[in-house]
Design a protein around this ligand. Structure first.
Ligand code: ADP
Length: 585
């Protein structure tokens, strides 16, 4: 036996009732018309056969009742959606009256004596009327007894009243019929109510889900904004430290204190790397990373990974094997290397004993790259969450040496960007396997090696720096001057314009002009450094190098769209010099 259904909560029950009333209302015109035609046809048939005035009385009663209902429906019009209970009662009263009028038919329309044909006519018509009406009215439970019982009980009683065995037999038949119809109508009602309740429950769930999705999206946007603000504020001083450090390193060259400067620069580098990881996430979210999909040979990529990670593996007494492979795949070589680096880095980090194997296998049109380790593995409960940002297993103290919990979220974004599905399997205590699925390509003909970066380009002789922070202006000036570059450093666009106008005038008299503009993207009081740089570039025709600590996706997108060369803070001294030298002049 199935358990009785749980009662619906009041709000849900009200919605269900509203829907049921609406269904009854929608059916009402057709139902009343059918009822009227059936009654009048029956009345005409019986009148022709009996010529009794009582038949006409019954027909008139039925007609009056139908007209009364139509009139009251027309007269009272509180909105059915707002007053479902009122309309359910209205409907139940009408149903009851109708059934009572039908219940009068056997008493008024059939004369005393044996009239089998008339009885047969009446019984067939009333049973058909009852079956059709019961199903259409069963939407509302209270209608079922009101509709069936008065008419059918009256028919049964009228038959039994005749007293002879034939009529008694027919009376029992009518009684049984009434029972069966009531049972069917109740079942039908339960089914309709259950499906309505289910529909509303599903709608409520969908609504709740969409609210939750919106809340998650808002939280994610807030997180991005927070990260962008925090990252920007940290990058500013770090950028100055990196540049001062570079000056210090140059000044201390060949002296004993040089090693202190080197250590300082290592620490700055590590901090910069952490910030870069956050920046990577922002850039991937901003959609400014455009993959350059091309045929990529995996073997050189594996060799490069080996080169990067061999020392780390050896330090920790782990075996690192990157199996030689002839496979080529369709991917972006740099992004693929970044993706695999994160996987290998994790594999080494979470493997206390044994080792890590990276192997590629051709599988039809695909190539699988497996990064397998014999490490601590990941339990099922964590496996679904390791790709979330800042999610770490077993680092409650958030020890930075154990990572930021962001490596795999970068991996996930990269796999989506490159359309390389990633599968993970892991057994706690036995190790993990991360499998990347790529599209195979056949090896193209010999490819010309890429030209090595040119480190021998000369620096511009005179540079204009726009940055609202005094410390940074000072640090950049010191660094550039230490490399023989003349520097003018200003805080905003107006001063920059004045310097450039003066420089143009001096150049006309043979002095060396400003050859490059180094501009911060965010200036004092919210001034837009990007727009300022674009205006100055358009007016004075200067090459521009932007420097930014911005990580907000929208801003990054604007910087990217400007097409200008950009460096992200903190910028190492060497990188700044190289980028300046590489500016088109
Ligand atoms: P983290 O900086 O902590 O390494 P990740 O996003 O790279 O951040 O990884 C998230 C978590 O997934 C890690 O804290 C670690 O518990 C788990 N994890 C990732 N790779 C492995 C692996 N190869 N073996 C075991 N656990 C792993």
């Amino acid at each position: 036996m199935s358990a009785p259904p749980e009662p619906a909560p009041p709000e849900l029950a009200q919605r269900v009732l509203r829907e049921q009333v609406a269904a009854v209302h929608a059916n009402a015109p057709a139902a009343y018309l059918a009822d009227l035609l059936t009654a009048q046809a029956l009345g005409i048939g019986l009148f022709v056969a009996t010529r009794r005035w009582q038949v006409l009385l019954w027909m008139a009663l039925h007609l009056a009742l139908t007209l009364r209902r139509a009139y009251r429906r027309y007269q009272r019009s509180p909105d059915a959606a707002d007053h479902p209970e009122y309309w359910a009662r209205f409907n139940a009263r009408n149903v009851l009256l109708r059934s009572c009028v039908w219940g009068l038919a056997p008493w008024l329309c059939i004369p005393a004596g044996q009239h089998s044909v008339l009885w047969a006519m009446l019984i067939v018509m009333m049973m058909g009327w009852c079956a059709g009406g019961a199903l259409s009215l069963a939407v509302l439970k209270r209608n079922i007894p009101r509709f069936i019982v008065p008419s059918m009980a009256s028919l049964t009683a009228a038959l039994a009243w005749r007293g002879d065995s034939t009529h008694l037999f027919l009376a029992v038949g009518c009684l049984l019929y009434m029972g069966v119809i009531i049972t069917f109508a109740l079942q039908h009602h339960r089914l309709l109510t259950a499906s309505l309740t289910m529909r509303f429950e599903k709608e409520a769930l969908a609504e709740q889900l969409s609210r939750q999705i919106a809340a998650t999206q808002r939280a994610s946007e807030e997180k991005t904004r927070f990260l962008a603000a925090a990252s920007h504020d940290l990058r500013q001083p770090l950028h100055a430290i990196a540049l001062f450090g570079a000056v210090l390193e140059k000044e201390l060259q060949g002296r004993e204190e040089e090693r202190h400067a080197a250590r300082l620069m290592d620490a700055v580098g590590a901090l910069g790397q952490s910030l870069d990881t956050l920046l990577d996430i922002s850039r991937l979210d901003a959609g400014v990373v455009a993959p350059q999909i091309q045929p990529v040979a995996l073997n050189p990529l594996f060799l490069a990974l080996n080169h990067v990670f061999a020392a780390q593996a050896a330090d920790r007494d782990l075996q690192l094997r990157l199996r030689a492979t002839p496979c080529w795949v369709l991917s972006d070589p740099q992004l693929l290397q970044r993706l695999l680096s994160n996987l290998v880095d994790n594999a080494l980090k979470y493997t206390p004993r044994g080792g890590v194997v990276v192997a590629a296998r051709a599988r039809g049109q695909q190539v699988w790259i497996d990064v397998r380790d014999t490490g601590i593995g990941i339990t099922g409960e964590h496996l679904g969450r390791i790709f979330e940002e800042f999610y770490q297993v077993g680092n409650p103290g958030r020890d930075r040496a154990q990572g930021l919990g962001i490596g795999l979220s970068i991996v996930q974004r990269l796999t989506r960007l490159l359309a390389h599905p990633l599968q993970v399997r892991s057994l706690p205590g036995r190790g993990s396997r991360f499998r990347l699925v790529l599209t195979a390509v056949s090896a193209p003909g010999a490819i010309a090696p890429a030209a090595p970066p040119d480190n021998t380009l000369p620096l511009p002789r005179r540079v204009l720096v726009i940055d609202d922070e005094t410390a940074i202006r000072q640090a950049v000036s010191d660094l550039l001057q230490a490399h023989g570059v003349a520097v003018e450093a200003v805080a905003g666009e107006a001063e920059a314009e004045a310097v450039l106008a003066q420089s143009a005038a001096q150049a006309a008299q043979g002095a060396s002009p400003v050859e490059a503009l180094l501009c911060d993207v965010r200036l004092a009081d919210g001034a837009d450094g990007l727009a300022a740089a674009q205006r100055l570039r358009a007016r004075f025709g200067l090459p521009v190098l932007l420097i930014t600590g911005e990580t907000a996706p929208r801003r990054l997108q604007q910087v990217h769209d400007s097409g200008l060369r950009v460096l992200f803070k903190p910028v190492a001294g060497d990188a700044l010099l190289q980028a300046l030298a590489a500016l088109p002049r």
